[in-house]
Design a protein around this ligand. Structure first.
Ligand code: AMP
Ligand code: ZN
Length: 490
């Protein structure tokens, strides 16, 4: 296996040659969703970016153990151990058990991942399934002197840790700078230091999700779950740890501190962070309320959406920007991606019927190298797409008789186009060839034509009835300035 992969490592702030701990194998950990509400498109961007990374590692021939957790306990509203438990709050609101909330949104998350063709991870551990491992890890941290107990809550002692290790190394900040950004402790605070964070939190009488521990009934802090689960499945030091950029300063900084305090070893060789999806320049988030769910994006059923977009158009839209750049959502950008994706797929379809000649006018080997070079350079999918569009141009030119290609070059071109489009970028054809789907497509075209006619005759009652009747059987009609479109609600 040839490995020329270069990865941008947040820890060193440089691009580095990727050398796995065990040749041919990769341990990859990605922070998964907090399952107390539907994932929004921003969360999806991060998981789709890591799906591309996982797919390319597999494509290169690595045996990858990909661990992506489910946070189903211990995530308070504030990053610094304050606020309500997110699950308990939602459970109250929806009048459900906290574990019903967890189940509902875990299933929803899996549905979304399946619809955007993201491969499932090798292990998907939950925080509630690893309480023992978290307690054991906290015990070691206390024994080694880096944590203290106050009224049943266990705090990590950041200043003590920083005397031996560098707490702010991931974001290249000194402790003094970090302290400047935090508020003073009040007389009521149990913490010794302003940056100290909870490893274990004492249960209040009303706490629903709680477990017994050496410090009494309580629940784990958010950060300890990832340290405990990553070391359990990938070892004390593993290759790649990923997540969104918003996790660097607190969650990942605390993960490094916990693991290092426990094992006296750096837990991760390469830290990778994806940039944010924004909406008019503002980060999409659950708390900001500026997000829509992938389901709303697919149906177009949201005031910010001009129409629905297919899952593969959305995936293609995400691939057109490098994972370390911000990506701003707009209807125009998505419509351009929709066209680009259709153009790419249309050219791939032509591959089976191209005529071959004695000579080739384009250099297909060079095109192949360009694709590898793009992905080897820190998974640069927009550059890869530019090369695939060059492939499409060649296919169309050969099809139009303007260029020629030999049989062996055509076989190579076919391999490049399908390997990188389907296996690496995880795109798939959305046009079904089944007879019934084709028939449905035809019937819907007839119905939309009839509806157009009745609207032209100003018989709005009839056109509304058609729309409402279709809605009852889960077919959504949307009127756009370019005419009506239809989609099936899954
Ligand atoms: P959460 O469910 O809030 O714990 O987030 C799950 C993942 O989504 C984390 O890796 C976050 O960094 C990531 N994430 C959250 N918001 C965005 C966004 N607007 N763009 C990209 N990734 C995001
Ligand atoms: Zn995490």
């Amino acid at each position: 296996m040839q490995n020329n992969l270069i990865i941008y490592n947040t820890l060193s702030r440089t691009k580095e040659k990727f050398t796995p701990i065990t040749p041919g194998r990769v341990g990859l950990y990605v922070c998964g969703p907090t399952v107390y509400s539907d994932v929004h498109l921003g969360n999806c961007r991060t998981f789709i970016s890591f799906d591309l990374i996982y797919r390319y590692l597999l494509f290169l021939g690595f045996k990858v153990r990909y661990v992506r957790n489910i946070t189903d306990a211990g995530h308070l509203e504030g990053d610094r151990d304050e606020g309500d438990d997110k699950f308990a709050k939602k459970a109250k609101l929806e009048q459900l058990e906290p574990m019903e909330i967890v189940q509902k949104y875990t299933l929803g998350f899996h549905d979304v991942m399946r619809s955007v063709n993201a491969l499932p991870p090798s292990v998907e551990p939950t925080a509630t399934g690893h309480i023992c491992e978290q307690i054991e890890m906290i015990k070691v941290i206390i024994d080694k002197g880096y944590a203290y107990v106050k009224n049943g809550t266990v705090y990590f002692d950041v200043e003590k840790y920083n005397k031996e290790f560098s707490y702010g190394q991931l974001t290249n900040r000194k402790l003094e700078e970090l302290l400047e950004g935090t508020r003073e402790l009040s007389g009521q605070d149990e913490k010794k230091g302003r940056l100290d964070f909870a490893l274990w939190i004492v249960a209040k009488p009303e706490t629903l999700m709680k477990w017994p521990s050496p410090w009494g009934w309580g629940f784990p802090g958010w950060h300890i779950e990832c340290s405990a689960m990553s070391s359990k499945y990938l070892g004390e030091t593993f290759d790649i740890h990923g997540g969104g950029m918003d996790l660097q300063a607190t969650h990942h900084t605390n993960e490094i501190a916990q693991s290092q305090a426990c094992n006296h070893k750096a837990p991760v060789n390469y830290w990778m962070h994806t940039n944010m999806l924004t909406m008019n320049g503002v980060r999409m988030s659950k708390t900001a309320g500026n997000g829509f769910t992938p389901q709303e994006l697919f149906t177009g059923d949201h005031p910010l959406l001009e129409k629905g977009y297919s899952p593969m158009a959305v995936r293609f839209f995400m691939m057109q920007t490098h994972y370390r750049s911000t990506l701003d959502f707009s209807n125009e950008a998505l419509q351009a991606s929709e066209k680009g994706f259709a153009r790419l797929m249309a050219s791939i379809k032509l591959l089976d019927n191209l005529k071959t000649s004695a000579t080739s006018t384009s250099n297909i080997k060079e095109l192949e190298q360009d694709c590898y070079n793009a992905m080897n350079d820190d998974f640069n999918s927009p550059i890869l797409i530019a090369s695939l569009f060059e492939g499409s141009r060649i296919i169309n030119s050969v099809n139009d008789g303007k260029e020629t290609i030999t049989e062996s070059d055509l076989a190579l071109l076919k391999k490049i186009m399908t390997d990188f489009t389907f296996d690496v970028m995880g795109l798939k054809s959305e046009t079904s060839n089944s007879t019934s789907d084709k028939a449905l497509q035809g019937v819907m075209e007839v119905i939309l034509e009839i509806r157009k006619d009745v609207k032209a005759k100003k018989d709005f009652a009839a056109s509304d009835k058609l729309r409402d009747d279709l809605n009852k059987i889960n077919i959504t009609i949307k009127d756009t300035k370019d005419g009506a479109t239809w989609s099936i609600q899954e």
